[in-house]
Design a protein around this ligand. Structure first.
Ligand code: ADP
Ligand code: MG
Length: 238
C-alpha cells in the first residue's frame, strides 16, 4: 500500500485547467521530489494534497484511506512553505507547539515534542525568542520544527529553501537529507533547483503544464529522459 496516492486529480481555477489528470503513488519512507517550471501547478498539487484547496475531480489517499474531502487538520500531513508564516507574536516554543495545541495534545507531550525537535534542528537556545529576533535560516528551522513536532505520516515541502542564500541552502539541504535518513519519513518536496532534486530524491516527478511528464529515479530521469522537455529541464546530456 502506498503512503500517499493521487488518482486522476484535476483542478481548475475558473476556466483554467491547472492540474490535468495527475496520478502518483508514493511509497512509505520515500523522498519524492516534484520539479517543473514556474506556473506548471506544483504548489496547486501540494495545496490539494494538504487540503488547502478543494479539487475539481479525482482522489487523494493517505495510507489507503481517502481524504479528498477532509479538512487540512483531519489529514495526517504537515506542510512547510517557502514563506515561513511563523506567528510573529509567539515565541519559537509557541510556534512549534501550536499545531499540537490545536490537536489537543496534552501539555507534557507538547513540551517533550518541542524539546525533541529543537534538539534535532539545533535551535534549543532559541526557544524563547520571537521570530523577529531570528535570522532567515533560523526561521526556516523553526518552520521545519513545527512540521516535525507533529510526526505526521506525510511531509510536504514547497520550495522550503528558496528564500535562503546559497550557502545556507546547501547546509539545510544536507540537514533535510539527514533528517529523512534518520526518521524514515515520507516526503514530497517541491524545488526548481535541479541539484537539490538530484541529491535529495529517491524519485523525481517532472511536471509540465499540469501533467507529470516522467517519474523515475534521478538516474533514470537524467540518463533516460522521456522527451526533450525533461532532458532540457534536467540538463541531461544530448
Ligand atoms: P507552481 O507552484 O508550479 O509555480 P502554481 O501551482 O502556483 O505553480 O500555479 C499554477 C497555475 O495556477 C498558474 O498559472 C497560477 O497562476 C494558477 N493559480 C494558482 N493559484 C491560483 C488561484 N488561487 N486562482 C487562480 N489561479 C491560480
Ligand atoms: Mg509554487
Amino acid at each position: 500500500m502506498s503512503a500517499l496516492e493521487i488518482q486522476h486529480l484535476c483542478k481548475d481555477f475558473a476556466a483554467t485547467q491547472v492540474l490535468k489528470d495527475v496520478s502518483l503513488a508514493i511509497d512509505s519512507g520515500e523522498f519524492l521530489i516534484l520539479v517543473g517550471p514556474s506556473g506548471c501547478g506544483k504548489s496547486t498539487l501540494m495545496n490539494a494534497i494538504a487540503g488547502l484547496e478543494p479539487v475539481t475531480s479525482g482522489s487523494i489517499l493517505i495510507g489507503g484511506e481517502e481524504v479528498t474531502w477532509q479538512t487540512p487538520s483531519e489529514r495526517d500531513i504537515a506542510m512547510v512553505f517557502q514563506s515561513y508564516a511563523l506567528y510573529p507574536s509567539m515565541t519559537v516554543r509557541g510556534n512549534i507547539a501550536f499545531g499540537l495545541e490545536m490537536r489537543k495534545v496534552p501539555k507534557a507531550e507538547r513540551e517533550a515534542a518541542v524539546e525533541r525537535v529543537a534538539d534535532l534542528l539545533q535551535i534549543s537556545h532559541l526557544l524563547d525568542r520571537k521570530p523577529s529576533q531570528l535570522s532567515g535560516g533560523q526561521r526556516q528551522r523553526v518552520a521545519m520544527g513545527r512540521a516535525l513536532a507533529r510526526e505526521p505520516q506525510i511531509y510536504l515541502f514547497d520550495e522550503p529553501l528558496s528564500n535562503l542564500d546559497a550557502k545556507l541552502r546547501v547546509e539545510m539541504r544536507t540537514e533535510i537529507k539527514k533528517l529523512h535518513q534518520r526518521l524514515g519519513t515520507t516526503i514530497v518536496y517541491v524545488t526548481h533547483d535541479q541539484i537539490e532534486a538530484m541529491t535529495l530524491a529517491d524519485r523525481i516527478a517532472v511536471m509540465r503544464d499540469g501533467q507529470i511528464q516522467q517519474l523515475g529515479t534521478p538516474n533514470e530521469i537524467y540518463n533516460d529522459p522521456v522527451n526533450v522537455f525533461v532532458a532540457g529541464f534536467m540538463g541531461s546530456p544530448s
